[in-house]
Structure formats: C-alpha cells, structure tokens
Design a protein around this ligand. Structure first.
Ligand code: G6P
Length: 615
C-alpha cells in the first residue's frame, strides 16, 4: 500500500527516486509523485496512473530542473480520496514550503482537519495525508525545527503512518517517522536513503536500519540520526540486506509472474536444502524454538493469514492434521482480530505472510502474543515487521516476489507446512516411519516434477485460449485440493478480472449448480488414488448434466476421464496429500495465459497491491 522513497546525496536524485519507485511499484500504482529540493526551491511533479507517466513528465520537464540535491517520491494505492491528480502525493502545507509523502491511514484526520481549517489552513485534497502536511507546518511555525515539528505532530496522529517530510528552509535533511507501517533507512557513503521497503534501495546500498514504531529518523548527506518519540537518541543496529539486485530482473521472461512461476522448482530445492537431506533422517527444523515436550503435547494450532497465504494455511491445516493429528483452525486475519478467540498460552499460533507486512496479520499476531501464545511466522521476508514479532521463524527463502499475484511464495509456504508437519509427526510419533519416508521421498522429487510440468505448457495455453472469452468459472475440489481450488480461482480473478470461485465439490449441488449452463466452465481437481477422487468425479458428472464445460486437472495415470471432460490437464503422478504442490502450478499458468490473451496487465492488476499495510 503506497511506496515511499527519499534520497539525499550526490547522485542524480530524479533517477534514484524513479528507480526506487519502480522497485516499489508492487505497492500501488494509482498515481506517482515526487518533490525535489532544487537550489532553494521545492519542485513537485505528480501524474495519475502508473509510474511511467511520472517518468515521461519528468523527461519532458527536465529543463526546469537545475541541480536537485534531495527529494522524496511516492506511489499511491488510494485509500482516502479517489485516485486523482489532486489526491496524488506529495502533499504540501498551505504555503507550499513543507512537503509530505505518506503510507498508511490517519484515523483521526477529520478532527485534525477541522482544527487546522479553523486555524486558516487551506486544504486542496480529500486525503488524510494532507492533514499531516498542515499539522507539521503548524508545529514548524512554532519550533523552526523540522525534526521537532514532526515529533510533535506524530504524537497527535492516530492510525498508521510511514511518513517522509521535507521543508524548503531545511534543504539538508529529510525527516521520516513510522507507526504500524514499514520504513527503513539505507546508509551509503556520502548519501542516505529512506524507503518503505528494501527493493527501493538495493541498487545502491545493502546497509540498512529498520525503524521501529514511534521512531523518527533524520537523514542528511553524511548522517543518520534516529530518536524515539520523546527525542531520546536510539542506537540502531545496521543490518546487511540479503538480496541481490538481479532478483528484480525479469531475466528474459515477459512478466515477473511467469519468471516467478518458473522459479518454483529452485525455490523448493532451496527450502529443502539443509532441512531434508535423507529420507532416513528426521526433518531439521531448528527454526521452531518450542520445547519438544510442549510440542509433543500440543493440542491446538491456529493459523492466521490473508489472501494467497490464507490458502496455503488451509492446505497447512490438512497436512498438519493428517501427519501430526493436531487440531488446526485457519482464519483470515481480518476476522480473527474482531472476535473473542480462545487462543491461549498453550496454543501455537502460526502467521503466514509473503510480505510479512500485512497489517491485519500483524494485528492478529500481536493479539495472539498478548495472550502468551508461541507465535511461529512463515514468511518470505525475514527482514519484515512480522518476522520481528516471531518467537519462531520459518523463512521460506523464495527470493523477492515482484508480481502482485503470489505464486512462488505460495509453493514455498506449502513446502514449509509439509516440513513443519513432518517435524511435528516425528516428535509426536504420530505417523508410521515408512509413511513419512515415502512423503519425504516425494518431497525431494517435487522440483523435478514441477520442471516436467513447466517443460510442456502447450495444453494449458490451449485451454487458456479456448476459455479466455468466458466470463465466469467454477473451480471444484475436495479435501486438501480445496485450497488449490480457492487459490486457482483467486489467481484467475486477480489478473484477468474474470469471476472465478472455488467451491468444495460436494457443495456444488447446494446452490452453485443453479448457475451452471454452457457458459460456465467447471474446473475439477482430481487425484487418482486419493480418497476424494470418485466423489469429485461424480460432482463433475453432475456439472456435465447441466451442460457446463468441464476441465479436469488430474495426474498422468488417470486413464478414464477423457470422455467426460472437454479438456484434461495432467500433472506427474503424486500422492493426494502432496498434490497441492503440483496442482497449483497449472492453475497459475492457466490464469497467466488467460490474462495474457486478454491483454491484461499481468504483474500489476488493477486495484490491487502486493503489500497491504492498512487494515
Ligand atoms: C495482497 C496481495 C496478495 C497476498 C495478500 C496477503 O492482497 O495482493 O497476493 O496474498 O495481500 O499478503 P501476505 O504478504 O501477507 O502474504
């Protein structure tokens, strides 16, 4: 949700800010803007829509700029106020000397706005952010010190903010502050950066300071100072970023999403490496720091997540209950936080999140921690806020995921659940050793099976071509692949804007079947040899009887379905419990190719953002 980058130093400020914003564009693309300190003047540029428009605007207006020495940039995912030019950041105070960019939501902005209007401030936008600009300017009028003015102002803000402020009369500094929204400082030699996320600065420095809630950073060309809300200096740890800039390249693929789909076999190899070497040895999950005796007697796990991570969590429930016999509840974080949960000190709470920044999940995790539960976080971002809250952490190590639609992080989350469930089963002795050996054997084979799927996608492409003009889809499955049905349908919705819904196959006849006719393809996920196979087949027959077009996703050994289905997509043979790690791949590709045929913006679908940092 919104991306911020600030830079002060000797490089070409416009290029650094544009590069940073490019790498943050996954956070929003409703509008883009930049404010530059340029030889005693502040110059502001804003455009609607994607960052490319701002790039073009700046290219056209290059001659207006003398020699910018610092600046702040923003890309917006609209919350308060429509995506319009007037609502685009940066926002200024009435006289235009003070400029602000912001990520988050200021909950008490209406009250503050009324007070400031009474004081004579002139508001131009409908945003909550503009309130911050006027508020800090009001404080600055008294203090003449930007850091103090920001500190006094943020004390009055309720809600979430990562905010960067510059002032015409303080051209040598950028002030940043955060609460419940991510912000970090990048440290260079004779230059410094401030940003919402690491991709914004990775091209220039790997040395980073992560700001904590209620901290204020003042960066100049040669210094970085962090203080708390009371003005006391905080000595921060300088960390080294693990990412390489190459992670942000498409490496010849047309879209990041396709590249990320193709990376999945390596992602799994990576994740298994060091944790599962030999089928005769126990899974090594040193990351789980709970006493073995406590794990042995654990009788309840709660998993909290949003979006695609929630679907991985649902698969995780089936896997843990199957292997370890522990009861698992799965809930959307946004629901968990608004009910009286039974979470207590003997509950293991697992938070799943690609970004580690999803606001609802962070709030839910904090609530669970307040009830003294052990919190295990499964995330792709060990440098995230959520990871910092973890008692135990499983980093899924999928590498930076750029495309808004999650793919490789989903697979990595699934694999983490298999490893965790085996680990629990080995501690509890809840499964036959021979069964677990087979599972481990299959896990080790997964990467090559994914490569087999990816080596020939013509059938999936053909299916996409055939059905790309249909307006509604239903995905059905039973058991562990229900999560796949939900996730496959979500992928299609997200990037092609086609209405697709996942249903438990047995529920089809309890309502959704009323919608079926020849305009509604039904995609059935079947696993020969699995306990749900026959039933999903019968449910597919029921759909056929209502003239629905039928697509099967099944394994290579399924011999008797060609007559029933219009299209059959096959994956290599695999046991039902492990199949979600393979069945997700053709569905990611199907969504990708349909969106491609429809000419949609695959990596940056409308209205979405990859990192949802507001509740
Ligand atoms: C957004 C993204 C989804 C993602 C969800 C949860 O909605 O567009 O792709 O699944 O957030 O994000 P998280 O980072 O917590 O997994």
């Amino acid at each position: 949700m919104c991306g911020i980058v600030g830079y002060i130093g000797k490089r070409d400020v416009v290029s650094v800010l544009l590069k940073g914003l490019t790498n943050l564009e996954y956070r929003g693309y409703d509008s883009a803007g930049m404010a530059l300190q340029d030889c005693g003047e502040i110059k502001i540029y804003k455009t609607l829509g994607k960052l490319v428009n701002l790039k073009n605007e700046l290219e056209n207006k290059k001659s207006e700029l003398k020699h910018p020495s610092s600046g702040i940039g923003h890309i917006r995912w609209a919350t308060h106020g429509s995506p319009s030019l007037v609502n685009a950041h940066p926002h200024t105070c009435s006289c235009g000397k003070l400029v602000v960019v912001h990520n988050g939501i200021i909950e008490n902005y209406k009250e503050l706005r009324e007070e400031l209007i009474k004081k004579g401030c002139v508001f131009r936008s409908q945003t909550d952010t503009e309130t911050i600009a006027h508020l800090v300017a009001d404080e600055y009028a008294n203090t003449k010190n930007l850091e103090e003015a920001v500190r006094n102002s943020v004390k009055k803000l309720q809600g979430a903010y990562a905010v960067c402020v510059i002032h015409k009369d303080a051209p040598d500094i950028i002030v940043g502050a955060r609460k419940h929204a991510p912000m970090l400082v990048g440290i260079g030699d004779g230059e410094n950066f401030i940003a919402s996320d690491t991709p914004a600065i990775i091209e220039y420095t790997k040395r980073t300071i992560y700001l904590d809630d209620n901290e204020i950073a003042v960066i100049s060309q040669n210094s970085v100072k962090v203080t708390d809300i009371n003005g006391h200096e905080v000595i921060k740890k300088v960390e080294t970023l693990p990412w390489e800039p190459v992670a942000l390249s498409k490496l010849g693929f047309k879209h990041f999403m396709l590249k990320e789909i193709y990376e999945q076999s390596d992602v799994i190899r990576n994740l298994l490496n060091g944790k599962l070497y030999d089928i005769d040895e126990c899974v090594k999950l040193d990351e789980v720091k709970i006493d073995k005796e406590i794990l042995k007697n654990l009788n309840k796990i709660e998993i909290i997540a949003c979006g695609t991570s929630l679907h991985a969590a649902l698969a995780g429930k089936y896997i843990i209950e199957d292997f370890a016999g522990i009861s698992v509840e799965v809930e959307a974080s946004s629901e968990y936080i608004y009910r009286k949960t039974t979470t207590n000190a003997s509950t293991l709470v697992i938070g799943v999140s690609q970004s580690g920044e999803t606001a609802d999940t962070i709030t839910a995790i904090k609530q669970a921690k307040a009830k003294n539960s052990h919190v295990l976080i499964i995330t792709n971002r060990p440098d995230s806020n959520m990871a910092r809250l973890a008692d135990s952490l499983i980093p899924v190590n999928a590498g930076i995921e750029v495309s808004v639609a999650a793919t490789k992080s989903y697979t990595a989350q699934l694999i983490s659940f298999y490893l965790l469930a085996i680990h629990l089963a080995e501690i509890k002795g809840s499964m036959e050793k021979s069964y677990l050996k087979n599972i481990k054997h299959e896990l080790i084979q997964l990467p090559s099976k994914i490569e087999e799927i990816l080596s020939n996608t013509s059938n999936i492409k053909e299916c996409a071509r055939k059905y790309s003009s249909y307006k509604n889809f239903i995905y059905i499955a039973r058991g562990i692949n229900l999560a796949t049905a939900y996730e496959g349908a979500l992928k299609l919705k997200e990037i092609s804007y086609i209405n697709a819904t996942g249903y438990p196959a047995g529920e089809l006849k309890h309502g959704p079947i009323a919608m079926l006719d020849e305009t509604m393809p039904v995609l059935s996920i079947l696993m020969p040899g699995g306990i749900t196979y026959e039933k999903v087949l019968s449910n597919s027959e029921e759909a056929k009887a209502r003239n629905a077009k039928l697509i099967a996703l099944t394994s290579s050994d399924d011999k008797n379905i060609d007559a029933l289905f219009d299209v059959v997509i096959r994956i290599p043979k695999i046991s039902e419990i492990l199949s979600p790690a393979l069945t997700c791949v053709p569905l990611q590709l199907l969504a990708y190719y349909i969106a491609e045929f429809l000419g949609k913006d695959v990596d940056q679908p409308r209205n979405l953002a990859k990192s949802v940092t507001v509740e």
